[in-house]
Design a protein around this ligand. Structure first.
Ligand code: SF4
Ligand code: SF4
Length: 414
């Protein structure tokens, strides 16, 4: 495999101090140095032979959580060399990605999603229960139909009121959990007085393609989304933390494209993160006696998506303050503090066993809290918690923050 300048530079810069190793969720459950940022940088800066299947596993077994990036005292870009390595891997070394590719194509294509839904029962019968693809298929509603993939009607057609905010739903809220889109629209109406504008041409954000090493596909999806939201200067709200992180990175993704670079910067500047948007907008419950069944807010645990916790803006405090404003109490915290859930985009499909091992720690701590719910704003984290709590016999204990806030406000008479 040909080394890139970035891979060589990152390897040369590394002081081998191990600060990244100590915080790596994969290392914490495997103890394998080759699966840490330090180990990978070493391998990537010295490997000269074509990538082997073993090396394919080494570069695929990373959550891209950013924890190492955050911990590195030299501020080495530990992730770009890894993404480059994934782009360079020959197909023969990508067997770990095959399921991943199937799932990614499926989630980005309504036609394939519908076709897969028709085969759902047969596939579920043959796939082992530990397969990450099984987990994804099992989430499809039994009566799934292509009509389910149609976006909500643009709000301006619903009641004639001009929208103040546009909405990037992300694949989960669009295809599998439209209750997230509906709840976000409800909350947005409370703070802006108008419904969300939802461009029907929007596509997958492209994070899965990017993480799997398909840069060109990720760039094509980015261009499609930029075009879908062109034509007005409205803020672009998204309810998914992973989508937020990736939408904000479009200027870097399209940095070498002179035609799209400027548009990518304009687009990125309009993107708004869910918790910060509603906190700054002053979202509050109605004042007065509750009109419905009292909301169960005895203890809410907020799970930090890694993309927000380790991202450049460190969006950690805002969701907690928002929850306190609505419920009256600060959210509960795990005894060991915030922890990655092990989902890692499509990491849980390529490495389902590792993914479950990483979830086991925070899941056990959550169960000790006696919390009523875990909430988060990342689609991947939400699926991971729903699957883990389902296996623990506690379905319906994980929901999107938007859904919980909308429920509480409605129960308070909003
Ligand atoms: S991004 Fe996360 S999983 Fe990957 S090496 Fe860094 S700390 Fe480990
Ligand atoms: S924290 Fe940074 S310098 Fe230290 S071993 Fe990891 S990548 Fe190298």
């Amino acid at each position: 495999m040909k080394k890139t300048d970035k891979q060589q530079a990152a390897g040369d810069q590394c002081a081998k101090c191990g600060a990244c190793t100590a915080v790596c969720p994969v290392y914490q459950v495997t103890g394998r140095e080759s699966l840490t940022a330090r180990g990978r940088l070493h391998l990537l800066s010295r490997l000269t032979n074509p990538a082997s299947a073993v090396f394919g596993k080494i570069v695929s077994a990373c959550l891209l959580c950013g924890s190492c990036l955050d911990a590195c005292p030299r501020k080495i870009d530990t992730l770009s060399p890894l993404i480059s390595a994934r782009e360079q891997l020959p197909l023969s070394a990508r067997h770990q990605f095959l399921e991943k590719l199937v799932a990614r194509k499926t989630l980005t294509s309504p036609r394939l999603l519908a076709g897969l839904a028709a085969l759902r029962q047969k596939l579920l019968h043959y796939l082992p229960e530990t397969s990450g693809l099984w987990l994804k298929l099992a989430l499809l509603p039994e009566d799934f139909s292509p009509e389910d993939t149609q976006p909500l009607l643009p709000a301006v057609q619903q009641n004639g009121v001009q929208p103040a905010v546009s909405y990037f739903s992300g694949c989960l809220a669009r295809y599998l959990s439209p209750d997230i889109s509906a709840a976000t629209d409800f909350l947005s109406r409370r703070v802006t007085g108008s419904p969300l504008l939802i461009p029907g041409e929007q596509a997958c954000c492209g994070l899965a393609s990017f993480a799997a090493g398909s840069r060109k596909e990720a760039q094509d999806l980015a261009r499609k989304n930029i075009a879908a939201f062109a034509g007005n200067a409205l803020p672009i709200l998204t309810s998914c933390a992973s989508c937020y992180s990736h939408l904000r990175s479009y200027p870097v993704l399209l940095a070498d494209d002179p035609h799209w670079r400027g548009q990518a910067e304009d687009f990125s500047a309009r993107v708004r993160e869910f918790s910060r948007f509603f906190l700054e907008a002053g979202l509050a419950p109605p004042v007065g006696p509750e009109t419905g069944e009292p909301a169960d807010t005895a203890g809410i645990f907020y799970h930090d998506p890694c993309h927000l916790r380790f991202g450049p803006e460190k969006i950690i405090d805002q969701p907690r303050r928002l929850l306190k404003n609505i419920t009256g109490s600060p959210p509960l915290e795990l005894a060991g503090g915030p922890h990655c859930c092990g989902q890692g985009g499509l990491f849980h499909i390529a490495h389902p066993h590792l993914s479950q091992q990483i979830l086991a720690g925070p899941l056990a701590q959550f169960l000790e809290l006696s919390a009523s719910h875990v909430v988060t704003t990342c689609s991947g984290c939400l699926l991971q918690w729903q699957q883990g709590l389902g296996q623990a016999g506690l379905p319906d204990r994980a929901c999107h923050l938007a859904v919980l806030l909308a429920r509480i406000i409605r129960q308070k008479g909003g």
